[in-house]
Design a protein around this ligand. Structure first.
Ligand code: SF4
Ligand code: SF4
Length: 363
């Protein structure tokens, strides 16, 4: 397992986390096996926006002895009083639900307390009016909540909320389908979504990625992109986005958790998702997605990384220029051989861009 640091909290978070939408369907014995295997494989980040309340005792049983080694995302707005997941903006319902979740999990604290699923500004206004955010802050002052999170599918709403509150983590839906305008949660255009990722990176707000496979659609033959991707391509795609710390796929069988845990054992060729360049919308053409499909560069420049620092720096990320300055090989080492131009499936004229980047950074 590899880990990334949340710059705001210092938490060391596994690149592969686990979502819990359907784990309850596995039944207790299998679910506990899946969770223990995930833990043993180094997964330390678990989202608890479960599809059904049955998931909570499964987590409680699996992690009773290792609670302090893992992180939970718990959502203020997810209600399990009727068994299955329900969404609520009622403060008393939320208080009861969170108390029940903690009790059932066998824990008395929350690593990341999430403002849950704010897809409309009117939801957020009601959330504030109903005192739910105040309640979260009260729990944080008491030490019950360690850090604040926000979940949403809508970039414009997220931007507005991030302007108002100090979130340490964002849970957002990232996959090539949504980023390219396909699917129910494809909210915001290519540029709007990219700006959000850059903002999070720049401000140190870690992103945990929900729906990395677009609810499984991207893995199937009727994928919205016209071709099936693999779980590894989707995970790599999400991990390449600025700001992303962890990807949260689900697992309902022991085979599925083994598949996810094998991510870091895959050769680069199995992670290469550049095939999505064939279905990139016009809006995305000529924009580097940092996939490094154009490697090898004869000089050895890390083309994806150089481009990422450039985009982040232009978006106002001061640390990106610093990181760029520490690279051994920079854009000024480019010999304009054109190899990357001919290899890029996203239509990036990279050799010209290298000249632009070298001029921007002065090296
Ligand atoms: S230039 Fe193209 S192939 Fe190379 S990293 Fe950027 S998007 Fe990927
Ligand atoms: S054009 Fe520059 S960055 Fe691209 S492969 Fe050639 S030397 Fe490397």
């Amino acid at each position: 397992m590899r880990y990334r640091i949340n710059r705001r909290t210092g938490d060391r978070i596994s690149e592969i986390g686990l979502g819990s939408a359907y784990i309850y369907e596995a039944g207790t014995d299998t679910a506990v096996k899946i969770l223990r295997r995930a833990y043993e494989g180094g997964v330390n980040f678990y989202d608890l926006a479960a599809g059904d309340g049955k998931a909570f005792p499964m987590y409680g049983e699996a992690f009773a002895d290792v609670r302090d080694e893992i992180f939970y995302q718990i959502h203020f707005g997810a209600d399990y009083s009727k068994g299955e997941y329900g969404w609520s903006l009622d403060p008393e319902t939320i208080k009861r639900s969170v108390a029940w979740q903690l009790d059932t999990l066998g824990t008395d604290y929350i690593d990341y307390g999430f403002i849950h699923c704010q897809d409309e500004l009117s939801d957020w206004e009601k959330y504030l009016r109903n005192g739910i955010y105040d309640y979260i802050m009260q729990l944080r002052e008491q030490g019950v909540i360690k850090h604040i999170g926000l979940s949403s599918h809508t970039p414009s709403v997220i931007e507005r909320i991030l302007d108002e509150i100090p979130a340490d983590m964002l849970m957002f839906s990232i996959n090539p389908a949504y980023d390219y305008g396909h699917g129910d949660y494809a909210n915001g255009g290519v540029d709007e979504r990219s700006r959000l990722y850059s903002r999070c990176e720049s401000e140190g707000i870690g992103i945990s990625v929900m729906k990395p496979f677009s609810g499984g659609q991207l893995l199937s033959s009727d994928s919205p992109l016209g071709r099936a991707l693999t779980p590894y391509q989707c995970i790599r795609y999400a991990l390449d986005k600025p700001g992303v710390l962890t990807v949260l796929p689900g697992a309902q069988t022991t085979d599925e958790i083994e598949t996810l845990l094998a991510y870091h054992d895959q050769p680069e060729s199995a992670l290469d998702y550049s095939v999505i360049g064939e279905c990139a919308p016009t809006e995305a053409e000529g924009k580097c997605v940092y996939c490094n499909h154009c490697r090898p560069c004869p000089v050895g420049i890390d083309i994806g990384l150089v481009n990422k620092y450039y985009d982040l720096s232009k978006a106002g990320d001061l640390m990106a220029a610093d990181h760029y300055g520490k690279l051994t090989l920079t854009a000024s080492d480019c010999i304009a051989c054109g190899h990357c131009d001919s290899r890029c499936p996203f239509g990036v004229h990279q050799s010209a861009r290298m000249a632009e980047i070298a001029e921007y950074f002065g090296k």
